[in-house]
Ligand binder design. Sequence first.
Ligand code: AKB
Length: 340
Amino acid sequence: MRREVVLVSGANGEIGHGLIRHLAEQEQVLVLALDVQPLDRQLRDYCYSCIQGDILDNMLLGRLVVEYEIRTIYHLASILSTKAEYNPETAHRINVEGTLNLLRLAVEQAQWQGKTVKFLYPSSIAAYGLPDLETKMKAGKVKEEQWLQPTTMYGCNKLYCEHLGRYYNNYYRQLAADRASVSIDFRCLRFPGLISAETIPSGGTSDYGPEMLHHAAQNIPYACFVRPDTVLPFMTMPDAIRALIKLEAAPKKSLSQLVYNVTSFSMSAQEIHNVVKKHFPNAEITFQVDTKRQSIVDSWPADVDDLDARKDWGWRPDYDRERAFDEFLIPAIKQRYATQ
Ligand code: AKB
């Protein structure tokens, strides 16, 4: 008998780590983990099944349709903003064609099962593109429909995949005589920079925040690649997981849109530096600006408006700026490196 599972793509990534554990422990669902690399040992026990494979491999995805009854897909696999700039065409294939493949898998599943399949998609503040620093600093809390001219391949990919999600949700094969009545239920979050106590990000441009913290905790000098006055919105990983779970569980009728901003707190690189130094007084942090990465961060909003998420499905972060560092990140990171 085919078992009902929740599929997590990009399972080895930063979000995947926290999400898989939460799904298995708190939600008691069977997790089907998919990643191009072998799944981390510590995650395996939380999964019903682990598949090593590529989201560009349609044969593999076809097998998943046959073998499992997929209730929800959390499509986390992607190439982040800095890494994507080194090979934009490869990033496009993984970020866009990979997403297209999973959207098609979701539609096929929905049609086999005769019921809607939920598709949870983490987008990003990289979907925004403000033209210059002055505009960024004047823009205030950016709303979902504003400033959508991303300057990175990753941002373009995220924004386009939001549109693909809307297309598959509302218009897929709209002219077909045999158009199926069931389809997918696409739900998307635009995340700010995420900070995890457990994993170190790789390939992103908001990475200076978590990197400062993780380097300090390991007593490794760190050169921050943006100016001290650079401001971005951030969120701790537990809040990001909660946002995904809460949006998945929200009644369809309460959702007024497919794409929601979510945020927790905005901070400058100098402020992050100050908090890190308070807790790790010996930390060696310098600022060595990489002008190209700086211009990417300057095109992302300093803050986003997440009022619609708050109104429609009760979004509220558990960790504001003080609690994030004092009660979660600092103790958890100290503990993580103490045991190594
Ligand atoms: C990145 O820096 O690419 C990501 C993001 C902001 O989506 N962390």
